[in-house]
Design a protein around this ligand. Sequence first.
Ligand code: GLN
Length: 495
Amino acid sequence: MTDGDRSVCQLASEVQSGKLSATSSVEIALGRAEEISSLNALLWVSKEEALAHAAALDERQRRGETLGPLAGVPIAIKDALCVTDTPTAAASKVLTQDGKNYSTAWRPGYDATVVERLRKADAIVIGKANMDEFAMGSSNENSAFGVVKNPWDPTRIPGGSSGGSAACVAAGCTPAALGSDTGGSIRQPASHCGVVGVKPSYGRVSRFGLIAYGSSLDQVGPMTSDVRGAARVLQVIAGPDNRDSTCSTEPVGQYEQACEREIRGLRVGVPREYFAEGLEPAVREVITRVIDNLRAQGAQIVDVSLPHTQYGISAYYLIATAEASSNLSRFDGVRFGLRVQQQNDLARTYEQTRGAGFGAEVKRRIMLGTYALSAGYYDAYYQKAQRVRTLIRNDFDLAFTRADVLITPASPTAAFPIGEKTSDPLKMYLADVYSVPASLAGLAGICVPAGFEAQAEKRLPVGVQLLAPPFAEERLFTVAAAWERESPVRSVRPT
Ligand code: GLN
């Protein structure tokens, strides 16, 4: 085991027991961050703050205090989340002061609730992770601060939009990172980078301090090197928050305990529409092996159908863009970041600031979303998409009468080469075919490393997605941990 390979729980227990100091834990992460800087996974490293925080933890440990469940665990935070006095730009130039440099980005005066909870559990924020601008993308190529490279093969994308978080964990820099998932942004990069990613149920985790993209879809979740680590981080960040009224008061489960349960008798549904045309045969093979393993462990495998799956992408890209067009109206050159000043002309200040500050994909989405919401087209597009959303939700409700969890690929392919889909947005959107339906339905989802696909001499990770009804995250942890225990892939790391 190299220093960077400790899991969340190993690291926390070593720091709690005094076997490893929080300072060493942070130094290992900082050293690794430097080694992997060419991946461009981190936009900002909070070196001094992290070391000062670690020293304070070590001091408390020496005084005999019991440290929290994430004692000394270094964590990277997706740049869409607010961290006090730390640059926060959702990887957009519109949130920088000078329209260029990340170091001039807006620095919030407060922590997002999830960050505050991590700190309360004695985790250490190590820096800000790169992402697609405003979380719009599936490849991290839409970051205003450069693409992130996949640690398994730097000529390929890490997935998106939480590509920096995924790469940071995969490269052994931190055992955990936070991502956000609107239509797959945690699960898909987890799949492409060979890490665990959890998209909690809609409302499970507070979004206070998350820069909003699609408010009826957004969720914050953990990305970690193993399943138990994800369980622990989710345990810390989940639960009601009086600063986010959309955050549910539904009781939080016992996620680590759920990792111990047997899967014998559990019904695992295989939705046939997720194994149809478009799925790469090598990915299908990997997923089939996972299904066989779960069957051998005593799970009952059942066929289910989700007949409206094919409409998921269209509905999602109408709803998400409509919500984004409204959410992004706050970046107007007055309230935050960049201002391209026009003498005494407010409208032109708005236009020029937004014209200069937003990237091409973000502009495309604002235009699509504004169009879908405009008076003459609202019924034809937005409302229709909402109806489709209900049908998709109904499909899942029915499937969950026959199955406790569903198993699917997370993405139709392994990580694709950088540049392959940038000229064709539709092709890029289609990469989300297996992740958006669960988002539209507000389900809980996890992506776990499932195996590898060989491309030339490189091995590329492939993830498997498990889905459960809203607030049934425990089931995901049970099945994911059962697979992980027997999985031959868990100890394979990128070199
Ligand atoms: N790729 C999807 C999009 O671009 C999902 C992104 C996300 O989940 N934030 O909208």
